[in-house]
Design a protein around this ligand. Structure first.
Ligand code: ADP
Ligand code: ADP
Length: 216
């Protein structure tokens, strides 16, 4: 049976950072809806153009296009053994669609680590985040600086600050998270899948806690 992990948590809590580390340990592919949208924006696809208009405002991209993008990604051969989902689902409609989609692959959501941190921490993390142009590796100017300023340690590509990491948009994204994504906490808790993890700890400690959850 394939293994599907849903990393849940607010913007800036460390989902992408942890997903990249956990992907190495588990061998599961890291499927990030935000990265997929940014790839479409970079390649100037129709989906990219549509997504960008929502992302720049800090709003969610509509469910139908998001779900069909994820369906396409999870159907690829590298996801045969499962996937590590980061940033999807973000609404209850997406969560329900995910359940039906995984049933088609004879799978289901197996683990939902829910990473938490205070709003002050989220804002500080997002405002200091630097993202790599090539593969979406993330750094933080204070907490996780690259070896060379402005250059990705992993692939040497240029680092940039995301448009939606500006203060005004960050506030909106956090509001959207509480309104539209936070209901998933109760949804997965009722299903007995949720494990809460303190995301305010240093990166290595969060990874260690995640691995404990995933070994269960
Ligand atoms: P998300 O994918 O949840 O939005 P990221 O993984 O991109 O979050 O992390 C947001 C920012 O916070 C990045 O700059 C990252 O380097 C930094 N960061 C991630 N985890 C931690 C941590 N445990 N402690 C300090 N900074 C962190
Ligand atoms: P973060 O690092 O803050 O968690 P992401 O990179 O996951 O941000 O997402 C950036 C933006 O992409 C979101 O603000 C939203 O506009 C869009 N997006 C990403 N995932 C989804 C999704 N599952 N549903 C709708 N919109 C999404």
């Amino acid at each position: 049976m394939p293994t599907y992990i849903v990393l849940l948590g607010p913007p800036g809590v460390g989902k992408g950072t942890q997903a990249k580390l956990i992907a190495e340990t588990t061998g599961l592919p890291h499927v990030s809806s935000g990265d997929l949208f940014r790839e479409n924006i970079k390649n100037e696809t129709e989906l990219g153009k549509l997504a960008q208009s929502f992302m720049n405002k800090g709003e969610l991209v509509p469910d139908d296009v998001t779900i069909s993008m994820i369906r396409g990604r999870l159907s690829r051969p590298d996801c045969k053994g499962g996937a590590l989902l980061d940033g999807f689902p973000r609404t209850t409609v997406q969560a329900d669609s995910l359940a039906s989609l995984l049933a088609e692959f004879d799978g289901k959501v197996n683990y939902v680590p829910y990473i938490t941190a205070s709003e002050t921490t989220l804002i500080e993390r997002l405002s200091g985040r630097w993202t790599c142009k090539a593969q979406g590796h993330v750094f933080h100017e204070k907490y996780n600086p690259p070896q060379r300023t402005g250059v990705c340690d992993f692939d040497g590509s240029q680092l940039y600050q995301r448009e939606d990491d500006r203060a005004e948009t960050v506030t909106r994204r956090i509001q959207v998270y509480f309104a539209q994504t936070a209901p998933l906490i109760a949804h997965y808790r009722e299903g007995g899948l949720l494990s809460e993890i303190d995301g305010a700890q240093p990166i290595e400690k969060v990874t260690a806690d995640l691995l404990v959850v995933l070994r269960k």
